[in-house]
Ligand binder design. Structure first.
Ligand code: X8Z
Ligand code: ZN
Length: 611
């Protein structure tokens, strides 16, 4: 196992200690070339020390999430410790600061790398070693509690029934019985109370870490990766919410009536009860449009088909086939219940060595949701592959920003969800083929990363985490603050009281193990429609609502031109050069324009909204 006392790394830290003090490399403003040389030498040695530690830590994390055991969690902690000591060493912090203070003497690529080192150091500042150590342990413990959790459904008068996350999700999509729905919804929330103490502890440790290098709080540190402040980020996400609000309110009202019919119940006044909706958090509402059954065609497909067909889409655009190691090393299917193995149930993509070792963790079953998710994950994987070239320094092997990383796979998911393509591969049921375009748009607006998703991503999640880390939410108000956000942004209420010990926000994976970053998905959603609009109109010369990327190498070249840059360029510039525009929700709103008119007609005489 690598550790920071390895002789090479010791030398590196010693040399830095001297240079940070300014003794070994005296600085004179006139000697810009010397500053550049020093920066280069620093980055070379940093990479040499960091990469093996990063790779070992990624590998240990992978094992800990795909096979949750106390030994694997302990190994995860043991491997993260030397990595964090190295990247956050006080000498690294001092040297990076001194070099960035002279950034006018450095080229853009060097500055960008140094900024990444600074952000990475800020996650584990060696100036507060005990806090960093405590954080590593608390992060690993929280993940292990989450990932080893067994869901149980409690039905009145019956012994509790063990259920998988996939099983709960299926009932929430398919069941028409409100009592059963409530049992399953409540089962999905039972995990929260056990995660509450760990989450509070993590909030405090994450904040203490972030404040060490001068960030207001942990949320501000995460936002800093965009080169933005928290108020700037919130202004941006609020802007998306405003743009989507009229359509969301109409979808909310329409869905309320459609669901009431489905459950043979009266449409509720105002907000929608959470257990009525076909997703644990109400983040997407699939399966509401009659005549559009997206799951049907998958009933005759194998689970292997899902990833292979997603790969085929990328390959048709000119991307390479996935390396054989992807299939060998990934963990794509639910764990065999007989094996007793526990694994994280959320999908993720991994770049283990920042070179060719790419993997995905999923629990694929052959259905529409996993089909979309597989396209999303392969978007991350093809991003990794595209920027793993000598042109992109290891420190910049990342998305133009994190939202680009999230948006690319969703873009291909949106393309693979267009009817001409689905028909060509036999995934379009005859009834869905005949459906009006407006019905198809309705399904798209309700499902996936789209209109219904934005109030959750840009509203509930983003605002809750901003408030949680800034200290606006007292410890005895966590659950009530969560539901205030859900009510305000999504127009959803819990079926019954949700007392404080329950901790419903902790039922969302990202709150525990991907914190302070959910706006990535909101921005990724907006970006997806912007890129899609450009591809359809400018490259395919086709209608954005009924087009087909499959097999189009020009589309592939366009995407590769973005992906292969990694984080070597400013994301605003990349977007502007690619689409001619800064980030804007206009193409998304325009995409659904025919739907808004139709919904207004449908909702005539109904009270729209929930305030
Ligand atoms: O977490 C994900 C991906 C992995 S990055 C599956 N998504 C968000 C979620 O599930 O909440 C994709 C859409 C939003
Ligand atoms: Zn993702």
């Amino acid at each position: 196992m690598p550790d920071s006392t390895h002789p090479d790394r010791r030398d590196f830290l010693k040399a830095l200690a001297v240079s940070a003090a300014g003794a070994a490399l005296p600085y004179s403003p006139a000697r810009a070339a010397e500053v550049a040389d020093e920066a280069k030498a620093f980055l070379d040695s940093f990479n040499a020390g960091w990469l093996p530690l990063e790779t070992a830590s990624n590998e240990a994390n992978w094992i800990a999430l795909t096979d949750v055991t106390p030994a694997h969690t302990a190994a995860q902690v043991a491997t993260a410790q030397p990595l964090n000591e190295f990247v956050g060493s006080p000498q690294v912090i001092a040297t990076v600061k001194r070099l960035l203070d002279q950034k006018d003497k450095l080229d853009d690529l060097t500055v960008r790398q140094l900024e990444k080192v600074r952000l990475r150091a800020a996650e584990s500042p060696g100036t507060a070693p005990d806090v960093v150590k405590a954080r590593i342990k608390a992060e690993a413990d929280q993940s292990s509690v989450q990932d080893s959790y067994d869901y149980f459904v409690n039905k009145l008068g019956q012994t509790p029934k063990k259920e998988t996350a996939n099983g709960i999700d299926r009932v929430l999509v398919e069941s028409k019985e409100l009592l059963e729905r409530q049992d399953y919804w409540e089962a999905s929330k039972l995990i929260g109370s056990g995660l509450r103490p760990g989450l509070i502890k993590l909030r405090d440790l994450r904040n203490r870490v972030a404040r060490e290098l001068g960030y207001d709080d942990f949320f501000a540190l995460q936002v800093a990766d965009y080169g933005m402040t928290v108020p700037e980020m919130l202004a941006q996400t609020d802007g998306f919410l405003n743009d989507a609000r009229p359509l969301y309110e109409h979808l909310h009202t329409w869905s309320k009536y459609a669901l009431a019919e489905r459950y043979k119940a009266k449409p509720p006044k105002g907000k929608i009860p959470a257990h009525w909706l076909p997703n644990r958090w109400g983040q997407n509402w699939p399966g509401l449009v009659s005549g559009i059954d997206m799951d049907g065609p998958f009933k005759t497909r194998s689970k292997e088909y899902i990833t292979e067909q997603a790969e085929a889409f990328y390959v048709s655009l000119g991307f390479p086939k996935l390396p054989p190691s992807f299939y060998k090393k990934s963990d794509l299917y639910p764990a065999d219940p007989k094996s007793g193995r526990k694994k994280n149930s959320h999908a993720s993509a991994w770049h283990i060595d920042l070179r060719q070792d790419v993997r995905s963790l999923m629990s694929i079953e052959p259905d529409a949701r996993w089909f979309t998710t597989a396209h999303h994950e392969l978007g991350h994987i093809y991003y990794y592959i595209s920027y793993s070239t000598p042109k992109v320094p290891y420190l910049l092997r990342a998305g133009a920003n994190r939202a680009f990383h999230e948006g690319i796979g969703d873009l291909i998911g949106l393309a693979a969800g267009q009817r001409p393509y689905l028909k060509s591969v036999g995934l379009l049921a005859p009834e869905a083929e005949k459906a009006d375009q407006v019905q198809w748009l309705l399904d798209t607006a309700l499902d996936g990363a789209s209109i219904v998703f934005l109030p959750f991503a840009a509203g509930t999640m983003t605002r809750f985490e901003a408030d949680f880390y800034s200290g606006k939410i007292a410890d005895d108000r966590i659950n009530s603050a969560w539901w205030e956000h859900v009510g305000k942004y999504q127009g959803i209420i819990p079926p019954t009281d949700r007392p404080e010990h329950l901790c419903d926000p902790a039922t969302k994976t990202h709150i525990n193990d991907d914190p302070g970053q959910y706006y990535d998905y909101a921005i990724g959603t907006v970006l997806k429609f912007q890129l899609h609009d450009h591809i359809a109109r400018e490259i395919l010369k086709d209608d954005p609502r009924e087009c087909n990327y499959f097999g189009n190498k020009k589309v592939g070249d366009f995407l590769k031109s973005i992906l292969s840059l990694g984080a070597t360029r400013d994301w605003n510039a990349v977007l502007k050069e690619a689409t001619g525009q800064s980030l804007t929700a206009k193409p998304m709103v325009a995409y659904f324009e025919p739907l808004l008119g139709w919904l207004k007609e449908q909702n005539k005489g109904r009270e729209v909204g929930w305030s």
